[in-house]
Design a protein around this ligand. Structure first.
Ligand code: ATP
Ligand code: MG
Length: 224
């Protein structure tokens, strides 16, 4: 579904992605872990065309949804408008169909009574659930998450992790950058460990978490 080959990206002299190749199959959940500054967000930004790679190839024809750490909702739009805006304006879909999709998603996220609310009237966890509903309303082939819980306290974090886990159970294809190691271990079909612009380890959670790589062990040591 998605194939990335020999991706390279620099900001001036700072080479951030050095030679990244990966693939994601339909229905697969890929978690990307790694230390701060290793290039995880830059990789997602290149794949989702928010940034442009210097060289390499990204093969992906479908629609994607994107969920950020800090929710990125439009503050001047209510919840319903946040969700329906792009499907109606960008995807040019039928208004009634989009509205009904949005209401189904809000129900699924436990937010059916919040459609008139503005982002500032919601908790962080609620805002993030709106942001996930907004991404899902695009009917994405892949959903990308960049540290979806790192702005949330532990209770709200687990609320969001449950939502993502449910999407995984429905076989939503997802690429998730996360610092939640036990979550990654549970939900991922495949894990990539990035360090300093390279993929150092790649494999099933069992393989990656039992790696003998020094950098990997050092990184995991910070969590356990
Ligand atoms: P974190 O876990 O802290 O989110 P990350 O793995 O997502 O880290 P990136 O945000 O991809 O790391 O950043 C990798 C490197 O690229 C850093 O050295 C950062 O300073 C640099 N960088 C990222 N975006 C830009 C930019 N727009 N301009 C210049 N340098 C950038
Ligand atoms: Mg990042």
């Amino acid at each position: 579904l998605l194939e990335v080959k020999n991706l390279k990206k620099s900001f001036d002299e700072n080479v951030v992605l050095k030679d990244i190749s990966l693939s994601v199959d339909k229905g697969e959940v890929l978690c990307i872990i790694g230390p701060s500054g290793s290039g995880k967000s830059t990789l997602l930004r290149c794949i989702t065309r928010l940034d442009h790679e210097d060289s390499g190839k990204i093969d992906f024809d479908g629609t994607f949804g994107l969920v950020f750490q800090d929710f990125n909702l439009f503050p001047h739009h209510n919840v319903l408008k946040n969700i329906t805006n792009a499907p109606i304006k960008v995807q040019k879909r039928d208004k009634a169909e989009v509205l009904s999709t949005a209401r189904d998603l809000l129900k699924k996220m436990g937010l059916e009574d919040k459609e008139e609310a503005y982002p500032h009237e919601l908790s962080g966890g609620q805002q993030q659930r709106v942001s996930i509903a907004r991404a899902l309303a695009m009917n994405p082939d892949i959903l990308f998450f960049d540290e979806p819980t790192s702005a949330l306290d532990p209770e709200l974090t687990s609320e969001i992790l449950v939502v993502i886990r449910n999407l995984a159970a429905e076989h939503m294809t997802m690429v998730i950058v996360t610092h939640e190691m036990s979550f990654a271990r549970n939900v991922a079909d495949k894990i990539i460990f990035m360090d300093d612009g390279y993929i150092i380890e790649e494999g099933t959670p069992e393989e990656v978490f039992s790696s003998d790589n020094t950098r990997m062990k050092e990184f995991l040591g910070k969590f356990y």
